[in-house]
Design a protein around this ligand. Sequence first.
Ligand code: UD1
Length: 368
Amino acid sequence: LRLACVVGARPNFMKMAPLLRAFEAYPHVETVLIHTGQHYDRNLSDVFFEELGIKHPDVSLNVGSGSHGVQTAQILEKIEGVLQNAASENDPFDRLVVVGDVNSTMAAALAAVKLGIPVAHVEAGLRSFDRTMPEEINRIVTDSISDMLLVSEPSGIENLKREGKPDEQLHLVGNVMIDTLLHLLPKAKQGDVLTRYELSPGEYGLVTLHRPANVDDPKILEALLDVLIEVSQKLKLIFPIHPRTEKRITDFGLMEKLKSASNLVLAPPLGYLDFLALSSQAKVIVTDSGGLQEESTVLGVPCLTLRPNTERPCTTEGGTSTLIGNDAALLHRCLNDVVAGRYKEGKALDVWDGKAAERIASVIVERC
Ligand code: UD1
């Protein structure tokens, strides 16, 4: 059984790592790892391969950055070539495996299905019902052309049923990203990142921001940063900055102000282990990331989610996440509440038990 496994951007790597490990239990399965190169900076890509123990990609497409159309088109064109070459060399792929909702996920799935290669989508069925998010379009397209839908939470099953997917294609398997978290948490906590940034466990907040809705409008971005600067006087904050956010902050002339806030620590994007050490020991997380909403729930850390909606409702319904949108006043109030000891408690789903990848490998291997 020959599987093309595709990754491209940072949030893909921690999802693919446990899958590649799980497939190793099946001697007749060969995985070919294709990296599109959507993320190419060392600290958004290579560091994750090293820390997560992912094999060197068998194929690198080096597509790099671009508008959505250009990036998607380049991935489509290059992956099609890889899949066609394999077939013409009499070594065709039996199935393509994609994870998550980034442009690489959707483009790879589209290239494969048009060549008659069936697609398994890991983290299928999530819906924010907000089509202004590029990831929502990626999720809808990928699910509609995949025939094996591996779902992380019950809402995903409901969404896919409503969209007319037959029961036999749906599998509630749990969350592969949480497999990685549980696997590496003990190691992460042994690191020295807290000491490096002069932070004490439980006495700081962790901030990440990168979505266009929060960082592309100067007024919105400035209002959010002003709240963070003010709150940092009461609670130290650490803010590892995504490259697109750093660019916006600089372009909008906000970097000076941010740098002058002495209790707000700016950091480059961090590797997986450093980041997990920070998230697991934070008092609060402020983020617009998809994955971090889930990770904070597993870690039992309150999460103020800078999104108007979520495709991961189990993190707000039973978990520790609260939706803030980009309402600076609400962020301010909720951060002050956390500082005063008032926050939401919650817990993760039972099926997020660290064994999602094993279940996925067994579904794929049995049904191929
Ligand atoms: C992508 C995903 C998003 C995910 C995020 C995590 C899509 C549509 N978006 O967003 O869902 O939450 O990754 O990080 O797929 N850049 C660099 N170095 C890199 C890569 C990008 O500096 O290695 C900069 C470039 O200026 C680039 C910009 O970041 O234009 C955006 O990169 P892109 O991959 O298009 O989207 P992300 O915002 O990273």
